[in-house]
Design a protein around this ligand. Structure first.
Ligand code: NAD
Ligand code: ZN
Length: 231
């Protein structure tokens, strides 16, 4: 039976072929840094300048990359799929929106947004934060990257869990299945009666949990899957 409501979860693997390095590359580091040194609130308290410079560099690097065939195929599915569809990304890059996806939520925040720790506003941001610019709303020089760090609560969880509860197909693309709560979505989807599909370069920690797994680069596997869905 053809599914009607789809939830798609993407991770760093979907952007790898655009030239954005994944989190736990072969060396277990993110762009040469230990994850604990750049992606926790403790790291930011300990060495704010290092953390700001790290994300400033990631934000600036977005100007040098473009969406790949996987982003474009997911945008085509979004545009043409008549049922419900929600693309939940763990990625903090903007390649899904530049690819054209509309029904999209960033559960781990966005590089191109700042978060004011004084007033809570989250303005769009394309420049640097390491030079402590003032908040456009309250004027305090207390902006941090709007990134959900380890130990912080991911965004949009109510909306995501509602969509998972209603979906009949859950697809996970390019994610290692190691970061919770996203790693638990497959089990929640199965409990809701959905079929589950993994698309990843290699088998992941979560592979045994899925009804079906397809292994290979997202840039090849995702367009093929989208053709099947729309065919
Ligand atoms: P991860 O780096 O832990 O895992 C990436 C997965 O993608 C691996 O399983 C790998 O085998 C697979 N992969 C690599 N190349 C692939 C390809 N060409 N096609 C298909 N799959 C491929 O990433 P994750 O699970 O998303 O980890 C989550 C955290 O990493 C998030 O919190 C996110 O914010 C952060 N992160 C984001 C970006 C980004 O925005 N592009 C980049 C690095 C890290
Ligand atoms: Zn403010």
């Amino acid at each position: 039976m053809k599914p009607r409501n789809i939830v798609i979860l993407t991770g760093a693997g979907v952007s790898a072929e655009s030239g954005v390095p994944t989190f736990r590359g072969p060396d277990g580091l993110w762009e040469g840094h230990h994850i604990e040194a750049v992606a926790t609130p403790q790291a930011f308290r300990r060495d704010p300048l290092l953390v700001q410079r790290f994300y400033d560099a990631r934000r600036a690097a977005l100007g040098k990359v473009v969406p790949n065939a996987a982003h474009l195929a997911l945008a085509r599915l979004d545009a043409e799929w008549r049922g419900e569809l929600l693309l939940v990304t763990q990625n903090v890059d903007d390649l899904h929106e530049r690819g054209g996806s509309q029904r999209l939520l960033h559960m781990h925040g966005e590089l191109q947004r700042a978060l004011c720790t004084a007033c809570g506003t989250a303005p769009a941001w394309t420049g640097a934060l390491s030079d402590d610019p003032p908040c456009p709303r309250c004027g305090a020089a207390r902006l941090r990257p709007d990134i959900v760090w380890f130990g912080e609560m991911p965004y949009h969880m109510d909306e995501i869990e509602m969509a998972i509860g209603r979906c009949d197909l859950f697809v996970s693309i390019g994610t290692s299945g190691a970061v919770y709560p996203a790693a638990g979505f497959v089990t929640q989807a199965q409990r809701a009666g959905a079929r589950t599909l993994e698309i990843n370069l290699d088998p992941s920690a979560g592979t045994p949990l899925f009804d079906e797994a397809r292994h290979g680069p997202a840039g090849t596997q995702v367009p093929k899957w989208v053709d099947e869905m729309l065919g």
